[in-house]
Every structure is written in C-alpha cells, then in structure tokens.
Design a protein. Structure first.
Length: 281
C-alpha cells in the first residue's frame, strides 16, 4: 500500500493537479492523505477523489508537524506501508506509480528514498544532497544522474519535496523534529535516522515535476525568516561552535548589506536570526 502525503497551505488547485497525475485506475493500491494547514480554505473540501483523505490541522502547524500528523495517521492504518511525501506543487510523470512497489521489493534495505526532481521546464532541480560538517555546507549534488547505471546512490539527505519512507524498516513511526516550522526539516530528518543506522539514497528510476517556491514565494519576508531560523538551528545541531559562529556572522553581515537592495529578504533573514536567538537563549 502506498500513501501519498501532502500538506495543503492555500494550494488546492496544485493538489488537484497532483491528484490528477496519479492514475485512478491503477492496479497499485494507494491513498492520498492531505493535511490541511489552511483551515479557512473553502476549496479543499470540494476536491473529488475516492482515494482522498483530508486531515484537519486546525491551525498552520508548519510543514514538519503537519507531516507528523499525517505519518501518525498512516502508521495507525498500516505500519508496513510505503509513504510518499510530496509537495502540493509537484506531480508525477506518466507511468511512475507502477515502478514503486517493485523498486522497494528489490531494495527493501532502503528506509528513506529521494527521487529526481525536475522543474516544469525540464531542468534538474534536485538529485541528491551532501553534507560537509567541517564546513557546515549543506549542498545539492548530481548524485542521482551521475551514476546512471546504479539503481540508487547513497547520499546524506534528500528533499522532502519528494521523499519515500519505507515504514517497515522503522520500529516506531518516524517523525520530523517539531522545532522546525519550514525548511531544513528534511535534512534533519535524514541525518537523525542515518545516525540510527537507516539507509538513505537517491534514485534516478523515479522522478517528479515541481514548480519551485510556487507557494513560499508568496510571502518573501516570512520565507527568509523561516529558512534562516531553520538554517541556524541545523548548523547548531550538526556543526561545531566555530563554524556556527562564523556562518552566523556572515549571515548577519550579508543581511545588513541587503537592506537597501532587497529589504524584504534582509528583514526576513534578520528576523530569523532574532527568532533563533530568542528560541535558544
């Protein structure tokens, strides 16, 4: 059984496109679970799909906590299932769903699997993540396309824009850290479970199409506030103090330089710094 898990934040039209990309007459059993983070979104209940189940968050929980709500519900239904976390602004190319069960039947050792992510113009947007702790570098790589002969390539982290979770490899329901509201929760999720011995990989045999930042770019200042806060939280957890302080100083300096040219971006970053300092101290 495959459960598609997506989080709605005023993105009903995008979710409708996602649903339409999943073949309704597929022989693969699946269910679409949408966690509704926008309680006054009147369009979401109007979506028609026999496989759709909507979970009401009752408030905007942020991405990670909303995913936890969905993961807990799915785990209660079927703790052996495959969960495909997918952004509402992403959708499946043709003949994608049929590949999933056979892939995990062949490679059951994988706990977390990322897919290639393409933009709507066909450009490669994500193909695997790498982490260099001694520099505090969290980067995207081309691992998923640079080894075309491999069914999968191990990597440090994968994007939660398109992330498959093999629940049968977990003794308890996997959870995102609720300290994250938005951004870097996928990196933390992968690193925590990798440290527990779970295998994480990227595959070129599965892909999604994604419209980057089609939701978060609606509110630039808040976007950079959340990303800055989460970035600092992540650096504190996974790098040493010297690297953290160096990156913090560079971030503040860069934000001050941006104040005149890009005030929304700069104010968002500075607000994120203050939010982190308030959270920590």
């Amino acid at each position: 059984m495959i459960y598609f898990l997506s989080v709605n934040y005023y993105s009903t039209d995008l979710i409708a496109k996602l649903i339409s990309s999943i073949p309704a007459n597929s022989s693969i059993p699946y269910q679409i679970v949408v966690v509704n983070n926008s309680t006054d979104d009147q369009k979401l209940p109007q979506l028609q799909a026999s496989s759709l189940h909507i979970l009401e968050a009752k408030t905007n929980l942020g991405f990670g906590k909303a995913c936890n709500l969905g993961l807990n519900w799915i785990y209660q239904q079927n703790p052996q299932a495959l969960v495909w976390i997918i952004n509402p602004d992403a959708y499946l190319p043709e003949n994608t769903l049929e590949k999933v069960p056979s892939f995990f039947a062949t490679y059951p050792e994988l706990s977390l699997l990322g897919t290639l992510i393409y933009t709507t113009t066909g450009d490669l947007w994500f193909a695997g993540g790498q982490f260099i702790p001694q520099w505090g570098a969290i980067i995207s790589t081309d691992l998923g396309v640079s080894h075309p002969e491999a069914a999968y390539v191990s990597c440090d982290w994968v994007s939660a824009c398109s992330l498959l979770i093999n629940l049968q490899n977990f003794s308890a329901c996997p959870q995102f850290d609720p300290a994250y509201f938005l951004y870097y929760e996928d990196f933390d999720f992968c690193r925590r479970y990798a440290n527990q011995g779970h295998q994480i990989a990227i595959t070129s045999q599965l892909a999604v199409i994604h419209q980057p930042s089609s939701i978060t770019n609606r509110h630039l200042a808040r976007k950079f506030q959340h990303s800055t806060y989460s970035y600092l939280l992540t650096l504190e957890k996974y790098t040493n103090k010297a690297i953290f302080l160096l990156r913090l100083f560079r971030l503040i300096l860069h934000s001050l330089i941006l104040l005149l040219a890009k005030p929304q971006t700069a104010l968002g970053k500075l607000t994120g710094v203050l939010q982190f300092l308030d959270f920590r101290f």
